[in-house]
Ligand binder design. Structure first.
Ligand code: KMH
Ligand code: ZN
Length: 307
């Protein structure tokens, strides 16, 4: 039975500090979270940068370098920095981390979509930091822009530094975007897809939709892809189980879900990693190590990064 790559997405740019005291945003906390998740069995950690003083999303190369170097100093976990950043950043700012730090892998958002977080304002009324409410409300008019011109620039830049694109797929039409980029020579098979489910503006997290995404990828890419699933909130575990049973991998972490179970906040992404690994072991699967993930995803090696 092939190994299952477990990814821990540590903080993201969706949840804000007032939603959970456990959401990491200082450099030290993010480094700790990466080490805890790796020790719990994650082969890959996905990292966004945040301003340490108030947890607001940051594109700062210095902050990224501090986080990634701090993790690398104590573990060989694969690190996937975001090029998605947040809606307060330009596509150029989002991409800068790739040329600067030359990571083994980086996210590659395969198309544009509404990326709406504003409905959470019905649930959260009080905020610790003044930026949070406006940030969430602003997503009512946010289109997460990833048009083909930027997809061409992003894929070219990742090729230049031999960073594997972890291709984020938010809706079924974006699988065809990937097939187009393969036809144009911007992406090479086998590609690595991350099916992102349950975002308001993207495909919703149902078993039927996940099987549809996998079927569409097979129709358009043949066997030239490997894939993982990243589902938001309460769908994180159900979608992960289905995906593993279908031969895919699993992303957990506080970026996508701040809970460990209904009404119980996860104290760490590592708790979700442990829970996911308990479940897959019951089903007869084993988590991949970081080096096995490098093998499976054909990554360039931690010695080839610039951090
Ligand atoms: N934020 C997730 C919904 C990225 O960071 O570039 C997808 C993601 C993309 O993690
Ligand atoms: Zn992310």
């Amino acid at each position: 039975m092939s190994k299952v790559i477990i990814t821990a997405a540590l903080t993201g740019a969706i949840h804000t500090p007032s939603m959970s005291e456990y959401l990491p945003f200082t450099t030290e906390h993010l480094i700790d979270e990466a080490l805890r998740s790796h020790n719990a069995g994650a082969a890959v950690v996905h990292v966004h940068a945040r301003n340490p003083e108030d947890g607001s999303p940051s594109a700062s190369g210095d902050i990224f370098k501090e986080i990634l170097s701090g993790i690398k100093a104590k573990s060989n976990v694969v690190i996937t920095p975001t090029t998605g950043g947040s809606y307060t950043m330009t596509p150029k700012e989002r991409l800068a981390v790739v040329s600067a730090l030359k990571p083994e892998m980086a996210t590659f958002n395969a198309g544009s979509l509404n990326f709406a977080l504003y409905p959470v304002l019905d649930k959260y009324k009080e905020f610790k930091y003044e930026w949070e409410k406006g940030y969430l409300a602003g997503t009512e008019s946010f289109i997460f822009s990833n048009h083909f011109e930027s997809l061409h620039i992003y894929s070219k830049t990742m090729k230049e530094v031999n960073a594997r694109p972890e291709i984020e797929i938010y809706d079924v039409g974006q699988v065809n975007n990937v097939a187009q980029l393969v036809r144009e020579g911007y992406l090479d098979k086998p590609v690595y897809l991350q099916f992102v489910m349950g975002i308001l503006g993207g495909i919703q997290a149902t078993g039927d939709n996940l099987l549809y995404l996998i079927r569409e990828a097979k129709r358009l890419l043949g066997d030239g892809f490997k894939w993982s699933v990243c589902a938001a909130g309460r769908f994180q575990f159900p979608m992960g189980v289905i995906n593993v049973l279908e031969g895919g991998f699993w992303r957990v972490g506080l970026e996508d879900n701040i809970y460990l179970e209904k009404g119980v906040l996860a104290k760490s992404s590592a708790e979700q990693v442990e829970k996911a690994i308990r479940i897959i072991r019951e089903l007869g699967y084993e988590p991949a190590t970081a080096d096995e993930a490098r093998e499976i995803l054909d990554l360039k090696g931690i010695d080839k990064v610039n951090y």
